[in-house]
Design a protein around this ligand. Structure first.
Ligand SMILES: NC(=O)C1=CN([C@@H]2O[C@H](COP(=O)(O)OP(=O)(O)OC[C@H]3O[C@@H](n4cnc5c(N)ncnc54)[C@H](OP(=O)(O)O)[C@@H]3O)[C@@H](O)[C@H]2O)C=CC1
Ligand SMILES: O=C(O)C1=N[C@H](C(=O)O)C[C@H](O)C1
Length: 267
């Protein structure tokens, strides 16, 4: 698999490249933005891997990549999707903080190439989304609050994962998140039936999410914690390996892990 990394200079881009090196997966393009303020430094350091130079997307050669993984920024999404379409290769998009318009663009691209969107590529969150949907359905009268904690460099809030967990909870109750979201909770009395969010940003926290279901006198908390970015990197590479074999269409991590099929045996 000839893998191209978009956002190669970032925390996650570096984590994917490090894991690929350990796993004998060929990263054939380490792509940085035209505006990158690290490009010169990275090229001088020449540490992208054996024989590999950091480069701009416009310098990619035809057949240089068979699949792209995108860990960059929302504003880069249109260009990244256009690149995947131009090269006619599948793309795994892991960037968060996407708008409604970005989601339309993902769906539109999926008409011509395989597109997988994952706000969180970990196995644990993929399973947690299903557990949250089930719990929200089983406990229809509970207050639901979603707490997330991340490092102090994170730009978007609430996290992409918190948002998809909120969507799973709303779906479990036959609702859509936009109709029941209370956003990041501030002051005032809690309105019943809403889903609220709390956000913490501190130091080097990699990623923690808790979905809380509360009755009077009883609380259920479902928590997931990541202590190493390799967890996300591993999931992204697994998704890429799977997506490479799929026809055009829109996919999620649950498809990669065949979780929907697995859970149907129990529910
Ligand atoms: N799905 C998942 O499991 C996970 C998702 N994420 C998400 O991945 C994204 C990246 O996270 P992280 O690596 O921590 O962030 P960083 O800020 O470390 O990296 C983002 C990179 O994007 C690049 N970039 C900036 N502007 C553009 C542009 N216009 N075009 C192309 N690239 C650009 C920057 O590099 P340069 O300008 O040098 O190219 C930068 O290095 C975030 O949205 C984060 O929330 C994070 C962890 C897990
Ligand atoms: O920016 C991060 O670091 C992370 N972002 C993703 C998100 O917004 O949910 C996933 C993970 O929690 C780490």
């Amino acid at each position: 698999m000839k893998l191209g990394i978009l956002g190669a200079s970032g925390r996650m881009g570096q984590a994917v490249m490090a894991l690929a090196r350990q796993s004998d997966i060929a990263v054939t393009a380490a792509i940085v933005s035209q505006q990158s303020n690290r490009y010169g430094e990275l090229v001088r350091a020449n540490d992208a891997g054996a024989g590999l130079q950091y480069q701009h997307a416009s310098d990619l050669k035809s057949n240089q990549v068979e699949i792209l993984i995108d860990f960059s920024l929302p504003q880069a999404l249109p260009d990244n999707l256009a690149l995947a379409k131009k090269l006619s290769v599948p793309i795994v998009v892991c960037t968060t903080g996407l708008s409604q318009q970005h989601h339309h663009e993902l769906n539109h691209a999926a008409q011509s190439i395989p597109v997988l969107y994952a706000a969180n590529t970990s196995v644990g969150i993929t399973l947690l989304r299903q557990l949250v949907e089930l719990t929200a359905a089983a406990l229809p009268d509970t207050d639901i609050e979603i707490f997330e904690a991340h490092h102090n460099k994170k730009r978007d809030a609430p996290s992409g994962t918190a948002v998809v967990l909120g969507e799973s909870a709303a779906r479990g109750r036959g609702q859509t998140l936009k109709d029941v979201s209370a956003g990041v909770r501030g002051d005032g009395v809690r309105k019943s039936g809403t889903i609220g969010f709390s956000v913490m940003r501190a130091a080097d926290i990699i990623g923690e999410h808790t979905v809380l279901f509360a009755h009077e006198g009883e609380r259920l908390e479902l928590t997931h914690r990541v202590s190493n970015r390799q967890i996300f990197a591993r999931g992204a590479i697994q998704a890429a390996q799977w997506l490479k074999e799929q026809p055009s269409g829109y996919y999620e991590m649950a498809d990669v892990l065949a979780l929907n099929t697995l859970l149907k045996q129990f529910i």
